[in-house]
Design a protein around this ligand. Structure first.
Ligand SMILES: Cc1cc2nc3c(=O)[nH]c(=O)nc-3n(C[C@H](O)[C@H](O)[C@H](O)COP(=O)(O)O)c2cc1C
Length: 372
C-alpha cells in the first residue's frame, strides 16, 4: 500500500495562531510555501474552498507552475461552476501539471454558507446534485463524440470537450460524514475524505463507505483520506505544553456557530466523550473551534505522532492529511520529522513483512490512562 501525504496550501502567513487575517496573495510567501511542500516530500496539497477565499483553480495552476511533483487537490462546490466548464478547467490544469490534478467535491455543510453564492438546495439535494455532477464530469473527460445530458439538475445538448486529462481521468474525491456523503462518495469516489476521529469511529466510517461501494456494485474501494492537525515537539512534555498554548489561542477565538454538517457534529460529540483518544488524538481543539473543518490534533513527539498515523494506515487509510496551526513552520517540521519516520516504517514492512518497533516503543503520553 502506497501511503501519501496531503497538506493544505496557504497564500499568505495568516493562520489560526497569529490571526493576521490577511486576504491578499503574498507571492514570496506562497512561493516559499510551494517550495517547502516539495522539499518536505508532500504528495498533494488541498486548495480549500469557502465563499470568501481566493480562487482555488488559480491557486492550483500557480502551484503546478512553481513545482515539479506536488499535486493540487481542487476543492469544488457544484453550485459555483457548471459541470462541463469544471471538467475542462480540471483537464486543463491536469495538462499544465503533467497529470497532477485531483478534484475534491464539496456538497456543502452549511445552508447559510451555500446561500452566500446563491445555492438554496437542501443538503440532500446538494449531494444528489454532486452525484449527477460527478457523472457528467467523468463523461466529459472520456467522450470522443458530442453528447446530450438531461438529469435532475443539469440539461445540455451536443456537447464535446477537446480537453482531456493527461491519463484519461482525474482522481475524484468526496468528503463528509453524513449518510448522503457515504452514498455519493462510496458509489462514485476514487477517494473518500474524513476528518480525524478515534480509530474505532474511523473504522466504522470506512466500513460505511465500503458498504456503499459494494451496494453500487463496485469491485474497487475508494482510497481513504484522514485529516489531522499534529502538534509536535522534542519531548512529550514539551508537545503537550505546546498543545495547551495552542488551545488557549483557539479558545480566545470568540463564539462558535452550531454546525449543521454531520462531520463537525460527530467531532463535537467525540470531543465531549474525553480529551485524549487512542495513542495521541486530542480533541479539545475541535470544541474550541466548533469543529469547523479539520480540527482534531495528534500530540506528542514526532515518533508518537508517526506511530499514531501508522495506526490509521493499519485501518486502511493511505492518504494522510496533516497541516499545522503554524502552517509553514509546521509543514517544514513535518517534512523533517514525521514523513521520514512513517516512510521508514513502511519501507521496513515492505522489506521484512514485519512491523517495526515504532508503534510498540511510542505508546503516547496518555496511553495507559485512556480507557481501551
Ligand atoms: C478532508 C475534507 C476536506 C474538506 N474540505 C472542504 C472545503 O475545502 N470547503 C468546504 O466547504 N467543505 C469542506 N469539507 C466539508 C465537506 O466536504 C462536506 O461538504 C460537509 O462537511 C458536509 O458534510 P456532512 O456530509 O458531514 O454533513 C471537507 C471535508 C473533508 C472531510
Amino acid at each position: 500500500m502506497t501511503v501519501e501525504f496531503i497538506s493544505a496550501v496557504n497564500v499568505n502567513p495568516s493562520n489560526e495562531l497569529n490571526r493576521l487575517g490577511r486576504a491578499g496573495i503574498d507571492l514570496p510567501f506562497f512561493t516559499r510555501y510551494v517550495n517547502a511542500l516539495e522539499d518536505a516530500g508532500f504528495d498533494y496539497t488541498l486548495c480549500a474552498y469557502a465563499s470568501s477565499f481566493q480562487d482555488q483553480f488559480a491557486i492550483a495552476n500557480q502551484i503546478v507552475a512553481r513545482s515539479e511533483r506536488v499535486a493540487p487537490i481542487v476543492a469544488l462546490r457544484p453550485n459555483t461552476i457548471y459541470p462541463t466548464v469544471a471538467a475542462k478547467a480540471l483537464a486543463t490544469l491536469d495538462q499544465f501539471g503533467a497529470g497532477r490534478a485531483v478534484v475534491h467535491f464539496i456538497s456543502g455543510g452549511s445552508d447559510a454558507e451555500q446561500a452566500r453564492e446563491g445555492d438554496y438546495l437542501t443538503k440532500e439535494q446538494r449531494y444528489a446534485r454532486t452525484a449527477e455532477y460527478i457523472d457528467v464530469v467523468r463523461k466529459v473527460w472520456t467522450s470522443t463524440e458530442p453528447f446530450d445530458h438531461e438529469g435532475e439538475f443539469y440539461k445540455f445538448e451536443n456537447f464535446l470537450s477537446l480537453v482531456r486529462p493527461t491519463r484519461g481521468t482525474i482522481p475524484v474525491s468526496v468528503g463528509g460524514s453524513s449518510a448522503e456523503a457515504y452514498r455519493v462518495g462510496g458509489s462514485r469516489g476514487d477517494i473518500f475524505g474524513l476528518w480525524g476521529e478515534p480509530l474505532a469511529d474511523t473504522r466504522a466510517q470506512i466500513d460505511a463507505v465500503n458498504a456503499q461501494a459494494a451496494a453500487a456494485g463496485r469491485t474497487d474501494r475508494p482510497r481513504i483520506w484522514v485529516t489531522f492537525r499534529p502538534i509536535i515537539a522534542a519531548t512529550e512534555e514539551l508537545a503537550w505544553e505546546k498543545a495547551e498554548r495552542t488551545l488557549a489561542v483557539l479558545q480566545s477565538g470568540g463564539p462558535r456557530v452550531e454546525p449543521q454538517n454531520v462531520g463537525s457534529q460527530r467531532l463535537l460529540e467525540i470531543a465531549g466523550r474525553q480529551d485524549v483518544h487512542d495513542r495521541a488524538l486530542w480533541t479539545p481543539t475541535a470544541t474550541a473551534t466548533g469543529a469547523a473543518g479539520a480540527s482534531t490534533a495528534l500530540v506528542g513527539t514526532p515518533e508518537t505522532v508517526a506511530a499514531a498515523i501508522l495506526d490509521y494506515v493499519d485501518l486502511g487509510a493511505d492518504l494522510i492529511s496533516i497541516r499545522g496551526y503554524d502552517n509553514l513552520n509546521d509543514l517544514i517540521d513535518y517534512g523533517r520529522h514525521i514523513l521520514p519516520l512513517v516512510r521508514q516504517e513502511l519501507a521496513h514492512r515492505e522489506a521484512t513483512g514485519q512491523r517495526g518497533p515504532l508503534q510498540d516503543e511510542h505508546p503516547g503520553a496518555f496511553a495507559e490512562r485512556t480507557p481501551a
